[in-house]
Design a protein around this ligand. Sequence first.
Ligand code: PEP
Ligand code: MN
Length: 367
Amino acid sequence: MKTELQLLPISKWLPAANKPVIISGPCSAETEEQMVATARQVAATGKVHAIRAGIWKPRTRPGQYEGAGEIGLEWLMAARQETGLPVTTEVANAAHVNACLKAGVDILWVGARTTVNPFSVQEVADALKGVDIPVMVKNPINPDLELWLGALERLNKAGITRMAAIHRGFSSFEKGPFRNTPMWNLPIELKTRLPELDILCDPSHISGNRELLSMVSQKALDLDMAGLMIESHINPDEAWSDAKQQITPTRLAQLIQDLIVRTPSSSNKIFQDKLLLLREEIDQLDDDIMSKFASRMKISEKIGQFKKDNLVTILQVSRWDEIIQTRIRQGKAMGLSETFTAALLRLIHDESIQIQNRVMNENRQKD
Ligand code: PEP
Ligand code: MN
């Protein structure tokens, strides 16, 4: 389904002198002191453009801190008063939206556990009808691009044009190094479908721990994401939620300082000429690769005919195994990763089987 949204770029509603846009603050507002002190220290870094804090916390299991509730909005507004920075919080239903609008919250975000549910997203969208406020939409917890797009569309249809998406990774049963697997191909696909949509990355919820934050943040910037939402806390180890992934404002400043900001293009003439040459080389090599693939498939076709004439099956497991082993060894010697060679061979093999299957079974209906 085609997606078209009326959007205003983030540079128009959350200006940052230098890319990336940085939003930071605690996972949860816990007390007024914690909220205001965190905001003050975060703002003092001079590198942050908005303050975040969760007021209503959607916890996966009951019995954990579920947020301060409405009183937390007063603390958030105190943080804004103190720092002069816009503030943002998560809304999951109409009551949250109304409370935020009444309090004067600057930017709203829809959390991963809400994006997943069209009823809830629609409720939020209906409550926002006719209201001109920026809204950021986190990806759903499951890797479903349609749900993410659907949430953006519902809000856009309600009249919200100041929108951005936030990539915070996806839940999986298998626990890898990340709390939420990044699956970078999803935000890339979202950007391909909606080039005018700004996407921020939330390395905190992807990583789930402090150690991976820099690596994930850098990767997001290298994929040309517009900014980062990073959780910070004056005393991270004592945080009432997501303690392992929060960092002190000092560490936040260092993390931002260490990021390498690259641009998608450069106006440097020497760079442009060299890039053009390298791209020509790539185009030439791709041409060669494609024609080699085409020749290879022609041979598969011949083999199919040959096997058909001799009543031999398409698949010979031992041959396939030999191909995999030799090519992976060969690839490694040439500096190609095993994952890459194996994936490429699987594609080639699947296509080859399909071709042989077609050759063997054509005219079957007529026989
Ligand atoms: C959060 O930002 O604190 C939060 C609950 O995020 P998510 O919706 O990505 O889990
Ligand atoms: Mn959190």
